[in-house]
Ligand binder design. Structure first.
Ligand code: ADP
Ligand code: TRP
Length: 321
């Protein structure tokens, strides 16, 4: 079985990314053939800053490795180092109905938030389909916001297979029900674009600032509250040890949950939770040569796999003659 997922190098990793994609990927390392990559071509649809893209590409590599991805037990690369994907994207785009892309919420959402509408942004899901189909992935772990893009990839694979004969595996999304959408400090989906994130590798001072920004209601401490309706509780729930979570739950239900105090506790919990990864990340970030070496090796492995699919596709559609 093949499991594959990618992340855009477009900013600092937050706890939504961690639970939606990185953690499931890392946990899958021994369960399947794992493909993890950094989608810098996708990031170009929103990042047009050379230094930022270069920095964040290596940064995303450091994030993945610091959190436990072992490059010896998976294929780990940067998307643009495997140019086969853009060739496949063209083939797929010739058979992608416009209507399929016009229905994508993510495109409409990004444009409404001010990202320039471009052909690349519109065809983003076709490049994503190429990423997935090129490696014949069975399972794709992602957050809920990517579900529709997975449906596009499936539709394209099915259409190709029906037209040219069985070629692609039709991929399945893996979306954890409980962690499908990690809430941000304002209770909406945590996302870089909403400015409501809690970063994983922040300094302690920055971390405290972000946690203190979690929006809570203004009811008195002693008033009983519904924990599930509280952003702070919903974030604490992801990290607090189970026995402590029961106590916190009781404080909400019986009255006595002091938000300020619980926020300080959350800062400590988050700081400890990512302590080891933070130290690893610092060491990795200080050694870009090592990161480049790992990524180059990964790209070699990925290209070998990619060329097998691409040869088959070229043959099926009549591009080799
Ligand atoms: P952002 O919304 O911050 O720009 P990305 O689009 O780069 O995040 O998402 C990278 C991965 O993290 C995707 O698989 C996405 O589904 C997942 N993800 C992002 N935000 C969340 C969230 N709040 N909850 C769960 N998963 C998320
Ligand atoms: N669109 C995904 C995101 O924003 C990133 C991505 C690109 C991806 N190609 C992929 C995820 C292939 C899974 C598989 O998060």
């Amino acid at each position: 079985m093949k499991i594959l997922s990618g992340i855009q190098p477009s900013g600092k990793l937050h706890i939504g990314n961690y639970f939606g994609m990185m953690k499931p990927m890392i946990e899958n390392m021994d369960k399947a053939e794992l493909y993890a990559f950094i989608v810098n071509l996708h990031a170009l649809t929103s990042v047009q800053d050379k230094e930022a893209l270069q920095r964040d590409t290596l940064g995303a590599a450091a994030d993945f490795l610091a959190l436990g991805l072992d490059p010896e037990r998976c294929v780990f690369w940067v998307q643009s180092d495997v140019p086969e994907v853009t060739e496949l994207m063209w083939y797929l785009s010739t058979m992608t109905p416009m209507g399929l892309l016009e229905r994508c919420h993510s495109y409409k959402d990004k444009v409404s938030r001010g990202i320039a509408s471009s052909h690349g942004l519109f065809s983003y899901p076709v490049l994503m389909a190429a990423d997935i189909l090129l490696f014949q992935a069975d399972i794709v772990p992602v957050g809920k916001d990517q579900k529709q893009h997975l449906e596009v990839a499936r539709d394209i694979a099915i259409k190709f297979n029906n037209t040219f004969g069985d070629t692609f595996v039709v991929p399945e999304p893996q979306i954890s029900e409980t962690l499908a959408t990690v809430p941000g400090t304002d209770g909406q989906k945590m996302s870089k674009s909403y400015g409501n994130t809690i970063g994983i590798f922040l300094s302690r001072q920055e971390l405290k600032k972000r946690v203190m920004a979690i929006v809570t209601d203004s009811s008195p401490v002693e008033e009983p509250k519904d924990p599930e309706a509280c952003n702070l509780y919903n974030i604490l729930k992801l990290f607090a040890p189970p026995e402590r979570l029961v106590e916190i739950h009781d404080l909400y239900v019986q009255g006595g949950a002091a938000y300020g105090y619980l926020k300080l506790e959350l800062v400590d919990i988050l700081w400890d939770y990512f302590h080891e990864a933070r130290q690893k990340r610092e060491a990795l970030a200080a050694d870009p040569g090592y990161l480049r070496e790992i990524l180059a090796k990964g790209a070699d492995k990925a290209r070998q796999k990619a060329s097998l699919t691409l040869d088959l596709v070229r043959e099926r559609i009549g591009i080799c003659y």
